[in-house]
Write a protein that binds this ligand. Structure first.
Ligand SMILES: [Zn+2]
Length: 116
């Protein structure tokens, strides 16, 4: 499972951050995961719940996943078509152009951590 190695990377990052800031407990982890990042959020959450328990640092940590907006830019009229879900937009609603370039939504970012 691809998500499991992403969670391992995240936990590694949290350990380094905690060490750097001399913290002993991670309280809340905010992740920004876009609809085009290729990450299955359910699997990511499951992986986090499973792996975070194995370390004292993260055993109580709460994971909060934020979904940024994603969109397409139309090559015909430059309109940005925004949507929140992973559904393919086939045509520009403005000029009916079908050549649309994905814009944003591929984020996989640790956006904020609360530690003590
Ligand atoms: Zn257009």
């Amino acid at each position: 499972m691809h998500e499991l190695s992403l969670v391992q990377n995240l936990l590694q990052q949290l350990h380094e951050l905690a060490e750097e800031h001399r913290k002993t407990r991670v309280l809340t982890v905010y992740m920004c995961i876009g609809p085009f990042s290729g990450v299955v959020i359910d699997s990511f959450e499951f992986g986090f719940e499973t792996l975070a328990k194995e370390s004292q640092l993260t055993s109580e940590a709460v994971l909060i996943i934020e979904n940024p907006d994603a969109g397409y830019r139309c090559c015909g009229c430059n309109t940005v078509i925004k949507h929140k879900h992973k559904q393919k937009t086939d045509q520009c609603p403005n000029c009916s152009e079908t050549l649309l370039i994905p814009e944003g939504g591929d984020e996989l970012i640790l956006s904020r951590v609360e530690m003590e």
